[in-house]
Structures are given as C-alpha cells and as structure tokens.
Design a protein around this ligand. Structure first.
Ligand code: SAH
Length: 225
C-alpha cells in the first residue's frame, strides 16, 4: 500500500507544471511591480503556459523579460506588453474580441482566459497553423484562428467588443474601426517599421472615434499580401 502512495505522489510531482514558479515570479516582478493591477489580467497571465507557445529551443527563456523569436522573422511579445495591451482593452467575461497578428497564439490564449470568444488572424501561414495547434494542445476551445491579411478584419463575426492589433501599422485600418462595437476599445501600435511606434487607444463613443496616445512601443511591421 505504502508503495502505491509513494508512486502516486511521485506521479503528481512530475505532473505539475515545471515552469509554474517561474511564471508566478514573472507576473509578480515584470507585471504587478510595473503597475498592472487588473486582477483578471494578472490571473490570466498566471495561468497561460507561455513555454508551450514558443519553439522547443526557447522553452527555458519563455518567462524572461523580453520578446523571443518564434521563427519566420516574427516574435512573441514581451510578457509585460501582452499584459499592458490586454489591460488597455479592459476585457470581461461575455466579450467577443478580435486580434490581428496571432504569432505564437500566446496573446490569444491570455484573452481566452477572460473573454468568451477570441477571433485571431495571422498572415504567415506557418505561424497560424502552429498557433492553432498549440492553442488546441493547451485546451483553448474558444479561440478561432484564420490565416490571411488582418487588414480587412473578420466581417462575418463583427462587431467586436474589442480589437487588439499586435503588429505596427502606418495607418489605422478603416475596416477594423468599422468592426468595433459602440463603446468598444481598440489598441494598435501606429508608426513606421523599424522605428519606435505609438501605442494608440481608439474608443468608439456615440459613433465618434476618440484616440489616445499611450506612449512608445516597438512592434514587428503590419504586412500586406
Ligand atoms: N500576438 C503575438 C505577437 C505577434 S508578432 C503573440 O502573442 O505571439 C505580430 C504578428 O503579426 C506576426 O506573427 C506577423 O506575421 C503578424 N502580422 C503582420 N501583419 C499582419 C496582417 N496584415 N494580418 C495578420 N497578421 C499580421
């Protein structure tokens, strides 16, 4: 009998997520300590296994305070940036959110912990396919990945409570503004590629657009087919 308990404890030990401590430390030191207070965002970041959204050779770097290469010249954003952008759109249960620039699928997973449905578009086929597989492996059933140019948004699923663009555009795509619900919030890095961009918040209030500059960021470029 004793042996069985021992084996069960051993099994439970190896089943636990080996990166859990690193992840909790990441949320405390990189996110909470930099002023992000939204409890839903913090809880989501404590849950999503970021190491499962990076290439195998990057696993041990997954919780570092920086973006990481994910292949095809693209990156998974720094954890703080993901938390910051998520907090800006003020996500809540019941919402339907659109993301442009799936990349690794990590940002979509963080959103999926909070809102009801996440629609995400990736222009690089390889990345879109891998993100879809990684999201499925991690059990996210409320994320829908499409491969294509996000400039046109996802008209058949519009309108959205919030839109999050994770690639830097020189201009704000009008179709995305059109697909934002009344009272909705959109966040997008705007500026030239290779330069520092401005993170812009767009709010639709009584049909009018209000824009707020939230400061400098650096993103990979928004590309077109
Ligand atoms: N949100 C991602 C970060 C992705 S980096 C994550 O959590 O990992 C930005 C991504 O936007 C890249 O994968 C890039 O290929 C993609 N992208 C660039 N232009 C795009 C466009 N027009 N439509 C859709 N995706 C685009």
């Amino acid at each position: 009998m004793k042996h069985i308990y021992f084996i069960m404890i051993l099994f439970a030990y190896f089943q636990t997520d080996p990166y859990r401590t690193e992840r909790l430390n990441m949320v405390k030191s990189q996110i909470e300590n930099r002023g992000i207070k939204n409890p839903l965002v913090l809880e989501a970041m404590r849950k999503v296994p970021r190491h499962l959204f990076v290439p195998e050779y990057q696993k041990s770097n997954a919780y570092e305070d920086r973006p990481l290469s994910i292949g095809d010249g693209q990156t998974i954003s720094q954890p703080y940036i993901v938390a910051h952008m998520t907090a800006i759109i003020n996500p809540l249960k019941g919402m339907k959110v659109l993301e442009i620039g799936t990349g690794s699928g990590y940002q979509a997973a963080v959103l999926a912990e909070i809102v009801d449905q996440v629609f995400t578009i990736e222009i690089v086929e390889n990345l879109g396919k891998r993100a879809k597989a990684d999201l499925e492996k991690s059990g996210y059933k409320n994320v829908f990945v499409k491969i294509g140019d996000g400039y046109q948004g996802w008209p058949s699923e519009a309108p959205f409570d919030a839109i999050l663009v994770t690639a830097a555009a020189e201009n704000i795509p009008q179709p995305l503004i059109d697909q934002l619900k009344e009272g909705g919030r959109m966040v997008i890095p705007v500026g030239k590629q290779g330069e520092v961009q401005d993170l812009i918040l767009i709010e639709k209030i009584k049909g009018k657009i209000r824009t707020t500059n939230l400061g400098a960021v650096r993103f990979v470029p928004f590309t077109r087919n």
